[in-house]
Design a protein. Sequence first.
Length: 386
Amino acid sequence: MTVRLVVPIAVGLAALGWWLSVSIVGTPGTPAATPPPRSLAGILRDVPDSGFARALGPVAFRFPADHGAHPQYRSEWWYVSGNLEDADRHHFGFQLTFFRSAVTPEAPGRDSAWATNQAYMAHFAISDGAGRRFYHGERFSRGALGLAGASAAPFRVWLDDWSMHGTSDDFRCRGCLTFTVSAGTEETALELSLRSIKPVVLQGDRGFSRKSEEPGNASFYYSLTRLQSSGTLRIGARTYEVSGYSWLDREWSTSMLGANQQGWDWFALQLFDGTEVMFYQMRRRDGGVDSTSSGTIVDVAGVTTNLRSQDVQINVDDYWRSPGSGVRYPSRWQFSVPQHGIDVVVEPVLAEQEFNRTFRYWEGAVWARRGEETVGFGYVELTGYQ
């Protein structure tokens, strides 16, 4: 929030211990058995302060440098999602996310090409609305030997042959990007060109996004909320020429959820009138909504307005239970921002969009509707429903 919320995957990787048998800073060992899926929200608590930098207040963002990695923080991500159509209005959603996680604050002091304190994980998903299918894949690698990494100039994030790469267009607008997304599995493949058509949005307080009341439970967070997108999508033996709009979220942090928080619901909507809305609703363990929930409205000209918890009303109208995991997720919402005249029904393009791999969460393409009229597309992420 992806949220977009940064996930300290290093905690999860260290706990899982199935990819590298001892530590990512050493030479590779024999993988152990793959453990059952974990909740993204479940690994966000009780993160020890072990020398990593923390998000404690606003800082000055620097572009293009901030498109690259921030290894002094425990974790960060590069997240792109979007809604695409072919010439026959066949609808597809996609998600590609790269997670960087530091196992230790300092790089290992050994002379080895394998040595690194950085782990990378990537998630890729395709939602086929007409075909009623959800495809998803996952990869891991270490940030060494060119297997995975991130750079700012030129912009590149990669894990094996999955990548985002391109250029930073500072001459056109601060923080803008023109880049290519490339990822695939045996069943699907996506090659997409993306170009910013609005300036970068600094979420929260000048890019400082507080997630709970405890100091340090926050991230540095910016977005490119409308990326013109076109390319090809393969599903099975069929290839589609597709176009539409995408959304990039970037965050880095060291810790996130407070002890009384259960998870979050993150909404990113791109309305057909040129408006974008992002809002993350932090859920407490007692079922209430945390006051640190917040978001942003971006108008057609790229002007942003911050949203507080009390500015947005979200009511759940329906639920869906995953046949694979048994987890029950919200599946239809009344979403309104009264002061800005926004009142829509948000519902999944496809109910089955649960990402169920090493980590389990629901992440999927959605419609925004008023009555029978579709007024926009978007993406929703749901965590903490284990």
